[in-house]
Design a protein around this ligand. Structure first.
Ligand code: NOJ
Ligand code: CA
Length: 580
């Protein structure tokens, strides 16, 4: 029987596949709002801003790690899996936050950093002193030589030269896929697996609605392989899913597997749907940026064609930006060169295998931002938005690591952008003050007051997405058009059909779509509610402004004969329909 958590009564109504209709907002607690003036965002500050998030229209929050940690990888270096970092508040603050979020119908997804800990975690301190072969030692992966698992790639190429680090206390090398201060846990050890399940229970009992499984492809190692996506890793995920389903029912597991589509779909439990409910579509993300710059639909259509079907219960998580670099691991060498040339001509903007910039500075114009969001909110998958991108926040790639995209949220034009009452020097990171993206110009208050702002546009777009279930759950099919600058596709769910047509070019474009199968149907544009000409047997022609897109609802013939006044070719098919 699923367990009801304390505060369970306040959780939003159960719906086993709620994640399919979700609009997720990614937020680092420390970046959102500082309630106590110490310069660091915290849970009580996040509570203050929940109404803003409700108003924006998001339905779920994904919180970055908030656990005790030395903070050398922004909390992905865990020192205690069940506590709360004192900078962010207490466990009671988390409980209060969950109750407030749930009261507003907002679900909350946390992090499960299961692949590795901080070297400050008591498990590692105990392991390095424990005799080789003992269960305590075996919490981590040790070796006498750094030559084992030589086929595993290095992920943080800017800082690490090996996946092994020497520990003088243990007198052995330990395995780490990320920073050398993040030793990998040894999932071969049943105690490690038990510890993880207990951590899952801790947070799901408290009321979290889901967990993002950080760096999940790397749980197991095997010599002679890339040490990614191994069968044992999938077996553990099946065990985890069973555990969560049996005890909690409607909670979400979201895989962070930066992999090619055929390997990524395996995280759904290929065919069976018995691993994660959702997985990020990493290869799609850079191709949205490529298509925009090339003014050609090919990269998007091609990767979606290469994406195998997914189980009925599964859903992709799709995104434009997040707290990491815009990763270019899932592109070819030529595509990577192109992306660097197009989006990061300054080498300082590059880090590891990617680009450390936010969405607005990457693409520049409002038109391009709306176009990318128009695609993100209508392509198959649940959209994940990154905090601050809804107001077009800027970045600062001269800050260390990926900190340039993690600066304080910009609430208003006044002191510390309304983020904190601390003196400016105490802020955990400096505010954005370059002339174009200065917080005095780019902030929530200014955009709230301007109905023409990006923020207001985002609210409208998110609202439409939520009102039209085919955008969330619908089937997907590309609609052919000879003009390669234009991408068109249809999403269908039950009786609703939505046609998306987007112009990737900076110039106006004409396109013709073969919609003969829909002849007789009316067409309504979603943002305006305006009626377009009926569909006939002839190619359906549309003129699109530079970087513009249309979300068109195809109406049923019955709805059309309901008597809306229309002009042009509309009447002909209407008569034909009557004759039939
Ligand atoms: C993926 C996270 O998104 C990233 O921020 C982190 O550095 C690595 N995992 C290591 O935990
Ligand atoms: Ca604080």
């Amino acid at each position: 029987m699923p367990r009801t958590p304390p505060g369970g009564r306040e959780r939003p109504p159960a719906a086993a596949d709620w994640y399919k209709d979700a609009v997720i907002y990614e937020v680092p607690v420390r970046a959102f709002r500082d309630s106590n003036g110490d310069g660091i965002g915290d849970f009580l500050g996040l509570i203050e801003k929940l109404d803003y998030l409700v108003d924006l229209g998001v339905t779920a929050l994904w919180l970055l790690p908030f656990f005790p940690s030395p903070g050398r990888d922004d909390g992905y270096d865990t020192a205690d899996y069940t506590g709360v970092h004192p900078d962010f508040g207490t466990l009671d603050d988390v409980r209060a936050f969950l109750a407030e979020a749930h009261r507003r119908g907002i679900r909350v997804i946390g992090e499960l950093v299961l692949n590795h800990t901080s070297d400050q975690h008591p498990w590692f301190q105990r392991a390095r002193h424990a005799p080789p072969g003992s269960p305590w030692r075996e919490y981590y992966v040790w070796s006498d030589t750094p030559d084992l698992y030589a086929d595993a790639r290095i992920i943080f190429t800017d800082t690490e030269t090996s996946n092994w680090a020497w520990d003088p206390v243990a007198g052995a090398y330990y395995w780490h896929r990320f920073f050398s201060h993040q030793p990998d846990l040894n999932f071969e050890n049943p105690r490690v697996r038990e510890e993880m399940l207990a951590i899952v229970d801790h947070w799901l009992d408290l009321g979290l609605d889901g967990l993002r499984l950080d760096a999940v492809p790397y749980l197991y190692e095997e010599d002679g392989t890339s040490c990614e996506n191994l069968g044992a890793t999938h077996a553990f995920l099946r065990e985890l899913r069973r555990h969560v389903d049996e005890r909690y029912g409607d909670r979400l597991l979201l895989a962070e597997a930066n992999q090619w589509p055929e390997d990524a779909v395996a995280y759904f439990g290929a065919g069976r749907g018995d691993e994660c409910h959702m997985a990020f579509h990493f290869p799609l993300m850079p191709r949205l940026f490529m298509a925009l710059r090339m003014e050609d639909r090919f990269p998007i259509v091609d990767i979606l064609e290469q994406t195998p079907p997914i189980p009925e219960t599964a859903q992709w998580a799709i995104f434009l930006r997040n707290h990491d670099e815009l990763t270019l691991e899932m592109v070819t060498d030529e595509e990577r060169d192109y992306m660097y040339r197009a989006y990061a001509s300054d080498p300082a903007a590059r880090i590891n295998v990617g680009i450390r910039r936010r969405l607005a500075p990457l693409v520049g114009t409002r038109g391009r931002l709306e176009l990318l969001y128009g695609l993100l909110l209508s392509l198959p998958g649940t959209p994940v938005l990154y905090y601050g991108d809804e107001i077009g926040m800027g970045d600062n790639y001269f800050l260390a690591d990926r900190n340039g995209v993690r600066t304080p949220m910009q609430w208003g034009p006044d002191r510390n952008a309304g983020f904190s009452e601390a003196s400016g020097e105490r802020l955990y990171l400096p505010l954005i003050t370059d002339p174009v993206y200065h917080f005095e110009a780019v902030n929530v208050a200014v955009q709230e007051a301007d109905p023409g702002s990006l923020l207001w546009w985002m609210k409208r777009a998110i609202g439409l997405r939520r009102r039209h279930p085919s955008l969330a759950r619908g089937t997907f099919a590309v609609v052919p058009t000879p003009n390669r600058h234009v991408i068109a596709y249809r999403r269908e769910h039950r009786s609703e059909t939505i046609l998306v047509v987007a112009n990737l070019s900076r110039y106006a474009q004409w396109c013709e779509l073969d919609l003969a199968g829909d002849a007789g149907r009316g067409v309504a544009e979603l943002f305006s509610g305006e009626t377009f000409p009926w569909i006939t047997d002839a190619p359906y022609g549309l003129t699109l402004g530079p970087h513009s897109f249309l979300w068109l609802r195809l109406e049923t013939i019955a709805a059309r004969t309901g008597g809306q006044a229309v002009v042009g070719p509309a009447r002909r098919p209407a008569r034909r329909a009557r004759r039939r």
